[in-house]
Design a protein around this ligand. Structure first.
Ligand SMILES: [Zn+2]
Length: 509
């Protein structure tokens, strides 16, 4: 129902063009010509004005600094506009709970449905035409790809550790049941009765992943969020073995780590991507400046060419939950259905905030994270984490580290990491923390594409690439605020007016 309208204007426009040209009503190669536009693409050192771009069958077939013949193309007048590749978010979790607790989702299925209906459109609205879900199932991906209007999707298989992060949250009957569960000989007596270790060797798991079309695997080093839990973690040897076998199978290896200990493991085992910035400084939590041992570790991250996703919005989302006002942000009404925003204003919806507050009242945990007793100001831990993240990311940036884009949307069951908007907020954090607009554009397009092996297909405005593009009124090489001026999102060569992707638009209901 909801899917057809965004395409309609274009289809009609195309048919009218064909009729006036007296061509047969059957559609020839679908062509789109963007005329006289300024191209801002990460493969170029500077924007290039007065360019014509021809798109056929969803691909860019011509990029020329001259006027191209119209032939049977529909035409977009690009004068005064800027054309960039669509943004790529390399760290999302699709099909989530929308900030509803299980029982709330059960009693309000219409709210969760509305959230899931709007989710792909919100990513597109904020300019994200390709996503990488770091832990997803084939069934979900197949369903996602059947939607007529949805960003492109690549995905990883999560390889959980027995009774570790993720598994520990599951109820007993489904815990440690994943076919991709890594084997831990030390925990065999805690495994389900029908558990067979041979099916969980690294070789067996990587073979199972290869049978899917996942592009990457994700492993986890998570001790339990600064002492909130105490989960078992994999050994460096095990993660190193995953890395070796993944590499041999042509899979990218993403590692969840946000602590000094997790980063040490990432470096020792040589993973490809670290999925978070480093904001738990463990034994150095008391330090204000970046301690020498962390600098040395980051030097190794840089030398080994390990890519890092800062994911500042993990902490940004916490901060927005703790501070008033986010539900009044006018951009939220583009990202989320009004019925859902209305529900978030109710006391019931504050369940995750209350949980967070309970944790923040555990003085010994907060003291351990801060490295000193808390001041009583409830945003102190989030702000401390953001300050540490700034120092780590600044160091990587200054010393030639490889940073790739990932928003971690959503990072927890909260409404403060909304689809699409959360990525826009991540772009802003990068701008506020010393990255130039061109560096940010490169990071959120070509660099992220390269890191996931997608750069043959997407990430720049070049001949041969998929026509996932954005038309903007302002120049993204001078400010990230230009991404608030997107007018048209081009998805697989089909132009969609940005406004129809908004949750405010009647087509979204
Ligand atoms: Zn994540």
């Amino acid at each position: 129902m909801r899917h057809h309208s965004p395409y309609l204007p274009h289809r009609i426009m195309l048919l009218i063009a064909l009729c006036t040209l007296g061509l047969p009503a059957t559609l020839p190669a679908r062509e789109l010509l963007i005329r006289d536009v300024t191209v801002v693409s990460p493969d170029r050192s500077a924007p290039k004005a007065h360019v014509d771009v021809r798109i056929r069958d969803g691909r860019i077939v011509e990029v020329a600094a001259r006027r191209l013949a119209v032939a049977h193309a529909s035409v977009i007048d690009g004068r005064g506009h800027f054309l960039t590749p669509g943004l790529i978010d390399g760290h999302v979790h699709l099909g989530s709970d929308g900030g509803l607790r299980d029982d709330q989702a059960e009693s309000h299925p219409e709210l969760l449905q509305a959230f899931h209906r709007q989710e792909p459109r919100s990513y597109l609205y904020f300019g994200f035409t390709h996503l990488v879900d770091l832990k997803q199932s084939e069934d979900f991906v197949a369903t996602w790809q059947q939607q007529p209007v949805a960003p492109g999707l690549s995905y990883c298989k999560g390889l959980p550790f027995p009774n570790g992060y993720g598994e520990a949250f599951l109820p007993e009957p489904s815990r440690n049941r994943s076919p991709y569960l890594l084997d831990d000989p030390a925990q065999h007596e805690k495994m389900p009765a029908d558990y067979r270790a041979a099916e969980h060797s690294v070789a067996a798991i990587v073979a199972k992943v290869r049978a899917t079309d996942a592009r990457c695997v994700k492993t986890f080093y998570e001790e339990g969020f600064a002492g909130l839990w105490n989960w078992p973690v994999p050994s460096n040897e095990l993660i190193g073995e995953v890395k070796q076998q993944a590499k041999a199978a042509g899979l990218v290896h993403v590692h969840h780590a946000n602590s000094l200990h997790g980063y040490r493991q990432a470096v020792e085992s040589g993973v490809d991507i670290i999925a978070h910035g480093l904001w738990h400084w463990d034994e150095f939590n008391g330090r204000d400046d970046l301690p020498e041992p962390i600098r040395e570790l980051l030097d190794r991250v840089i030398r080994q060419g390990i890519a890092v996703q800062p994911t500042s919005q993990v902490l940004g989302g916490e901060l927005r939950l703790l501070e008033p006002g986010f539900l009044d942000d006018p951009r939220l009404a583009d990202a989320l259905p009004a019925t859902l925003i209305h529900w978030y204003r109710q006391d019931d919806a504050q369940w995750f905030l209350r949980k967070l507050m309970e944790n923040l009242e555990r003085t010994e945990l907060v003291t351990a994270f801060l490295g000193h007793p808390p001041s009583g100001e409830r945003t102190e831990t989030s702000r401390t984490g953001l300050r540490r993240l700034h120092q780590v990311v600044h160091y990587l940036h200054e010393h030639g580290g490889r940073l790739v884009f990932g928003s971690d949307t959503p990072s927890s069951p909260t409404y403060t990491n909304p689809p699409g908007l959360n990525g826009r907020l991540e772009l802003q954090w990068l701008a506020d923390n010393g990255f130039t607009p061109l560096e940010i554009l490169r990071m959120a397009t070509l660099e992220t594409a390269r890191t996931f092996g997608l750069d043959d297909d997407i990430g720049s405005v070049e001949v041969g690439k998929r026509a996932n593009l954005l038309l903007l009124d302002a120049d993204p090489s001078t400010s990230v605020a230009a991404f608030d001026s997107i007018s048209v999102v081009i998805l697989d060569g089909v132009p969609i007016q940005r406004a129809v992707l908004s949750a405010r638009h009647p087509a979204a209901r």
